[in-house]
Design a protein around this ligand. Structure first.
Ligand SMILES: [Zn+2]
Length: 410
């Protein structure tokens, strides 16, 4: 679609220009700042076209230009220094939320992926979604009050621990929240209006998205991100593309059959993998009482001796990973959630069990790693999802976002 500076006519020319604006903003967002010379090279457009596009995004307050000091910009190459194009995170931002079973996190994330502000509260124990969304809406309003005047909220992204599709805006099944068929997008629109687009995603899928875009899996095309709280989910990227399944529900790896003699899962089946390795199983293995589960991490600090129960759990983790490695042949499996603390303690048990179960060929290249984005993978993934509209059509989305914050604050 690059126009290479040629003159088009009418709507066609306008469509090309909008496409190029979107592509350019995508480069700036993903790199967090890029020189005009690099944009010229990456987009295959001439310098004056790039300069015009940048100026238009600058007029929309989406980017800023700056001239680096002499000698400070090795990217510019020979000749005059190239001008840097940076995102304006305080001006264009999204709200991302992670609905956990125990806690609910909300973040304001600026263009370029920069977290600006973060708040957290206990998730209401009542399964009534209206109650949870009231709490969420209150957090969002408090956060929006700190945003600069004139800044633009361009999207809201919500990570849900369950089976969701963004197209329908429906949470089909979130057993650990006690939800079935909850029309989350329209319920949020009732609170925030329809000026700001709302997107929903499965928590593990969003963890996979952010780690693939900005984290441990940046240069990998086949990876699995595992989210692990009370429930266990999987975000699978195959050939560089998220694997969604026929109706968008793929990746529910926590409900693989694992132990037919085990406990009943919240989904109704007996012995799902998540019952064996989820946070409740981890708590039981390290002697953390249920009322202390919010500080489970304190029980998972390195020290002399690892409880046998935790080593057994490590084996269950490794065997399940072996199965996933056999099915998906990933280059990398990223262990998120509570597994970030479990894995370093029982690494040998996990890898030994994995090697036992996985076939030799796919096991050879499967790296088992921790997320680079730490505890932020899922919420940064929700933010990436919330940026969808502005990265597809910056002009329309930024215009629509005018006044959206004051409309939400009422
Ligand atoms: Zn289950």
């Amino acid at each position: 679609m690059a126009d290479r500076g040629r003159r088009g006519t009418g709507t066609n020319q306008e469509a090309v220009r909008r496409h190029n604006l979107a592509t350019l903003l995508g480069h700036v967002h993903r790199s967090g700042g890029v020189s005009r010379a690099q944009l010229t090279e990456r987009m295959g457009l001439n310098r004056s076209t790039i300069a015009d596009l940048v100026r238009e995004l600058e007029d929309l307050s989406a980017v800023r230009q700056s001239t680096p000091e002499a000698g400070a910009n090795p990217r510019a190459g020979a000749g005059r220094p190239s001008i840097d194009v940076n995102p304006d995170p305080e001006v264009v931002f999204v709200i991302a939320a992670e609905l956990g079973v125990d806690t609910m996190d909300v973040a304001r994330v600026g263009l370029g992926g920069l977290p600006l502000d973060r708040m957290s509260t206990a998730t209401p124990k009542d399964p009534d979604p209206e109650l949870l969304l009231d709490t969420l809406a209150e957090l969002v309003r408090t956060m929006l009050k700190t945003a600069d005047e004139g800044s633009r909220l361009v999207g809201i992204g919500i990570a849900v621990p369950g089976v969701v599709t963004d197209q329908s805006g429906l949470v089909r099944f979130a057993p650990n929240l006690g939800w079935t068929d909850v029309p989350l997008s329209s319920m949020l629109a009732a609170r925030f209006g329809r000026r700001v687009p709302v997107h929903l995603g499965n928590d593990a899928e969003l963890g996979a998205l952010s780690e693939h875009t900005r984290g441990a899996g940046r240069h990998k095309s086949d990876l699995i991100y595992i989210s692990c709280d009370v429930g266990v989910g999987g975000g699978v990227i195959v050939g560089g593309v998220p694997m969604m399944g026929a109706s968008g529900y793929a990746g529910e790896i926590g409900h693989q059959p694992f132990n037919p003699r085990g406990h009943t899962c919240r989904c109704g089946n007996i012995g799902c993998w998540e019952v064996e390795i989820g946070s409740h199983a981890v708590a039981a293995a390290v002697g953390c009482p249920p009322e202390e589960i919010h500080r489970l991490v304190d029980y998972l600090q390195p020290g002399p001796g690892v409880p046998q129960e935790l080593r057994r759990l490590g084996r269950s983790l490794g065997l399940g990973l072996g199965g996933l490695v056999n099915v998906f042949n990933p280059e990398m499996v990223i262990l998120g959630g509570v597994l970030r603390w479990v894995f370093p303690l029982v690494r040998d048990d996990v890898l030994e069990a994995l090697d036992e179960w996985a076939l030799k060929a796919p096991a050879e290249q499967a790296q088992i790693v921790l997320p680079w984005l730490g505890g932020d993978s899922v919420i940064i993934g929700a933010a990436e999802l919330a940026f969808t509209d502005v990265l597809e059509d910056p002009v329309d989305t930024l215009q629509r976002a005018k006044g959206a914050i004051s409309a939400i604050l009422g």
